[in-house]
Design a protein around this ligand. Sequence first.
Ligand code: CP3
Length: 344
Amino acid sequence: MTAKPFLRALAGETLDRPPFWLMRQAGRYLPEYRALRAEAGSFLDLCYAPDFATEVTLQPLRRYHMDAAILFSDILVIPHGLGQPLSFREGEGPALPPIGSARDLDGLNTEGLLDRLAPVVRTVRQLSKALPPETALIGFAGAPWTVATYMVEGGGSRDFARIKQLMWSDPETFKRLIDLVVEATATYLIAQIDAGAEALQLFDTWAGALPEEDFRQWVIAPTRALVARIHRDRPGVPVIGFPRGAGVLYRDYVIETGVNGVSLDITVPLDWAAKELQPLCTVQGNLDPLLLVAGGEAMDRAIDRILAVLGRGPFIFNLGHGIVPATPPEHVARLAERIKAWRA
Ligand code: CP3
């Protein structure tokens, strides 16, 4: 049996045309998602209902036949599984009671984690049976730093003032928090692999918020610990890292974490990535999601340039960040056609 194109690319092969999938490929830009979401109730209800979550994962594949499906869930199920209350306010994003001290951490632990997250793991199992044979299944989690930002800020943040205060004024408590998230995330990702996930992506959306020294300590080191744990306990399962905003530190991130693939944000120069990153691991990216909203010639030109510069090495086409709700579905169809028609 020949391996799935997505997994071959992630193993370092250059294919005739790169495999593709899109971050946040399931979601509000699709009318069929909005319909199912209305039926399920809240966003979290959707994440914890395996039949609904399976269906939502499959929706974009039916339209665009991506080379990989990504489990439908959210990075914040980890804090939720650790016992931190979580809600998603309509139009406002996530809300959690912020962790401000060692005492707030005392109530959180990994004891109930796999029970609480069992429905998500069940979704993975259902998906691995439902996918077409050539389509790979990606499991995911937030990277510890990014997950910790939501836990300490109590939601999204502009300046990360609370987490930086905790990190620099009480490093011991902060380390306890990161270690707890690493432990929970390792357990959760291994459960996803055992349920059928064939590759993993670690989303470090806010990696670019840290000065170099802290980036090494709180982005690279916990990611390295997670990747090592997965490679040791489940050898052969590749991991893609997405240290969004890491700039020139992308290179050290790849070398030091041991990831098998790296997802480029929209700012990473293509020629630099081809020269400095592609010899080290498979690269993935990095069309600006707003170009997918604009469409037209600007989008076509950007797609062609990415393919020309990165398509002749180990490469997976993706966006530089998640699809936005305003994306016209027909622009996604045009993108899919253009990638599928290209030849190295
Ligand atoms: O890629 C996929 O299709 C899989 C599903 C997925 C979601 N979130 C679904 C979702 C994945 C991989 C994520 C990751 C995620 N979640 C990240 C990292 C990647 C990134 O986009 O930066 C982050 C930071 C989150 C946290 C989160 N979840 C926020 C800040 C929000 C609110 C903002 C928003 O877009 O609404 C969410 C909600 C969320 N996660 C939605 C979806 C489809 C929208 C919920 C809805 O239906 O209203």
